[in-house]
Design a binder for this molecule. Structure first.
Ligand code: GDP
Ligand code: MG
Length: 686
């Protein structure tokens, strides 16, 4: 796009912000950046635009007032039409009466160039659009008019003002938030015959009349002109005929733009759109697009959109900065929690500062919302890293717990006591690490983390307790097994009629003794592992049941028919071959042998029932108190060698087996008798 005017004035030349084809200048941002040249302008800038009929001296005024270089239709190029569009110039130099001590705030001046009224339809459309645009983006709207237009001519100016008012209502009527625009009426060629006060009066009357006749939307039917506009009036002398007054007037006008303490001062806070300069460009482009497409212009929404876009852009940059520094800062210090916390906190602050500096001037809710999104994104990253670091810590704490619980020097303490203090100390250590990170505001919530840790402790304690119980139960079982086996076989290999009383007695005592050594008992739960009553009963039952199993297996394994035969035979032999003093008998005759045989046989058979059926001496069948008799429905079960066992503890030999035992015994003892008889024969024949 063409750039015109004073290239040598030391400032950026005006650009055609919106060209004759109604296109927005794509280099506008670059232009702005050149104008501000890296200064942090923030909200300290102002936008002014001008309205008025063609060739009413608008551009001339602006150039005088703001040292701009808008194209004017001066004498030399009188025939040339200025280029249509909306022109934008930047200035920090205002022509003032009072001395300034430096450049003023950045001013952006919009000059609207319409056409000469030849093509009315097209022209009105552009003028309306230009009005809409100027009002939506500027703080002060200069309405430029000739003195003689006032009261005399309803013409262009009032028609344009009507447009301005209507446009304004459609823009702000719905959504009035205290925002106002200053309408500055500059009366040109004010020669001074009619005083400014009466010109002002008739203008105000005219304006109020226009306002009252306006078609207002329902929601602002009762609104006043002054709800939306402040009005100021200034007269300027004839530029050619009263050159000095003209120059002086311009300078006084300049004071009101440049000096905050001048009266009046034109830039009031409620005129500003409160967008930082870089957002203003986007905002004005959006506004133009909406105007050009004849869409409803919703300015507050536009401002929010711009704020969203800009804060988003800055947040992205800030995140890029964050990620670019992240792993480099963290990788080396994963083991050092304190340092890790500090580094992450600093990185977070650095990135938030970056964001703040560039985004804080945008609409606060948007700024805050985006900031908290940014914080969340960073926290997600922190949580991963700190999660790893905390996992390391908890792994180490669990190891310590296990080591201390299993440590020999603590074994004299009951399990419960050993773990209680330890649990407390590792819990405190973990909590202090998590709270440290929480204090630095690096984590969103500690709850879940702490709960996970509690679960880990629980699992670990359960596992340790389980190990402890298992090893204890194994120890008790081993003691019981050894003794029960040995004693049972001892009793069974030398059976008497009260053998089962003795076995039962031995068995109960053995079990009780072993259990009481570890304080396990039925119903009593002050057990050193720290059992609940339920656990205590279950361990008690488990041990008793295993003991009964050992007894069962020992009895049934040992008392096979052959063994029984040999036990009975032993018993027979002892009685038969030895006298009361355990001296071997010497037989004198067969009668003696027969008598001894009968006595010994009876003696042997005395215990056959004892060995084939387990019952107390008062004939009560022995029934295991735990386990053994309960399993399965069959009477027999097979062991790992495929041998059938009676499921009923007491049943050792059935009748058939008993018969066979008797038969075998008979054969064997008959042989013994025969041998004995032969020995007599030998001694007598010798
Ligand atoms: P614009 O179309 O409103 O921007 O008007 P210009 O600034 O281009 O000026 C149009 C013509 O009016 C030029 O020939 C100027 O010399 C002339 N002009 C500028 N200012 C004044 C003024 O204050 N009084 C009079 N009578 N003529 C002026
Ligand atoms: Mg002009």
């Amino acid at each position: 796009m063409e750039v015109i005017g004073g290239a040598t004035k030391g400032h950026q030349r005006a650009i055609q912000l919106i060209d004759e084809n109604k296109k927005f200048h794509q280099g506008a941002l670059t232009y702005f950046n050149k104008c501000i040249n890296d200064r942090d302008v923030g909200l300290d800038y102002h936008v002014i635009s001008v309205f008025g009929s063609q060739s009413s001296g608008k551009s001339t005024l602006l150039n005088h007032l703001f040292n701009t270089d808008f194209d004017t239709m001066d004498a030399q190029v009188k025939r040339q039409q200025t280029t249509k569009g909306i022109w934008l110039a930047h200035t920090r130099k205002v022509n003032t009466a009072q001395e300034l001590d430096g450049p003023v705030s950045d001013l952006f001046v919009l000059d609207v160039e319409g056409s000469d009224g030849a093509e009315r339809g097209e022209d009105q459309d552009f003028e309306r659009k230009a009005a809409l645009f100027a009002i939506s983006v500027s703080e002060v709207l200069i309405v430029n008019m000739w003195e003689q237009q006032i009261g005399l001519y309803q013409g262009n100016n009032m028609a344009l003002l009507k447009t301005v008012f209507e446009v304004n209502l459609s823009l702000f009527g719905k959504n009035h938030n205290g925002h106002k625009v200053l309408l500055l009426f500059v009366i040109r060629d004010h020669v001074g015959i009619t005083p400014l006060t009466s010109l002002r009066e008739s203008l105000v009357t005219e304006l109020e009349k226009v306002w009252s006749e306006l078609n207002k939307p329902v929601e602002c039917e009762n609104s006043f002109l002054y709800d939306f506009f402040d009005l100021e009036f200034v007269g300027l002398g004839h530029k050619l005929l009263q050159a000095d007054q003209f120059q002086e007037g311009v300078k006084r006008l300049g004071d009101s733009f440049a000096l905050k303490n001048s009266n009046p001062y034109y830039f009031k806070p409620q005129y500003h759109h409160n967008l930082p300069l870089d957002g203003w460009i986007m905002y004005s482009e959006n506004c133009w697009e909406q105007v050009e497409n004849n869409r409803d212009l919703d300015l507050p929404t536009q401002q929010i959109l711009v704020a969203r876009f800009k804060t988003d852009e800055v947040a992205k940059e800030s995140l890029d900065l964050f990620y670019s520094k992240y792993s480099g800062s963290v990788d080396q210090i994963m083991d050092d929690m304190e340092k890790l916390g500090e580094v992450l906190k600093n990185l977070k602050e650095e990135c938030l500062k970056y964001y703040h500096e560039r985004a804080y001037r945008y609409a606060e809710p948007v700024y805050l919302e985006k900031r908290s999104e940014l914080v969340d994104r960073m926290k997600t990253e922190f949580e991963k890293t700190l999660g790893q670091s905390l996992d390391q810590l908890s792994g180490y704490l669990m190891q310590r717990l296990q080591k201390e619980v299993l440590d020999k020097k603590n074994q004299h303490l009951p399990f419960q006591e050993r773990t209680k203090t330890l649990e407390k100390s590792i819990r405190e250590e973990y909590l202090s690490a998590v709270s440290y990170f929480q204090q630095l505001e690096l984590l969103s919530s500690m709850e879940e983390i702490l709960q996970n840790f509690e679960e880990q402790i629980d699992t670990k304690i359960k596992q340790l307790k389980n190990d402890e119980v298992n090893s204890l139960v194994a120890r008790v079982n081993k003691t019981i097994t050894l003794r029960v086996k040995e004693q049972t076989i001892h009793y069974l290999s030398n059976p008497e009629t009260d053998t089962w009383d003795k076995i039962l007695d031995m068995f109960r005592k053995t079990v009780q003794l072993s259990l009481s050594k570890y304080e396990i008992s039925e119903g009593h739960y002050d057990f050193q592992v720290g059992f609940t009553e339920e656990e205590n009963v279950s361990v008690y039952k488990n041990i008793c049941s295993k003991a009964w199993h050992v007894l069962n297996v020992t009895v049934h394994d040992y008392l096979k028919p052959d063994t029984i035969v040999s036990i009975l035979r032993d018993r027979f032999e002892t009685k038969f071959r030895y006298d009361e003093d355990d001296s071997p008998r010497l037989w004198r005759n067969e009668d003696e042998i027969d008598r001894a045989f009968r006595v010994a046989k009876e003696h042997a058979l005395e215990v056959l029932n004892v060995l084939s059926f387990a019952a107390t001496s008062d004939h009560v069948e022995i029934i295991p108190e735990f386990g053994e008799n309960d399993h399965g429905e069959d009477d027999y079960y097979e062991d790992e060698l495929g041998i059938q066992h009676s499921r009923h503890f007491a049943h050792i030999l059935n009748e058939l087996q008993k018969e066979k035992v008797l038969q075998q015994l008979r054969r064997q003892i008959n042989l013994t008798v025969l041998d004995s008889k032969r020995s007599i024969l030998k001694t007598t024949t010798a």
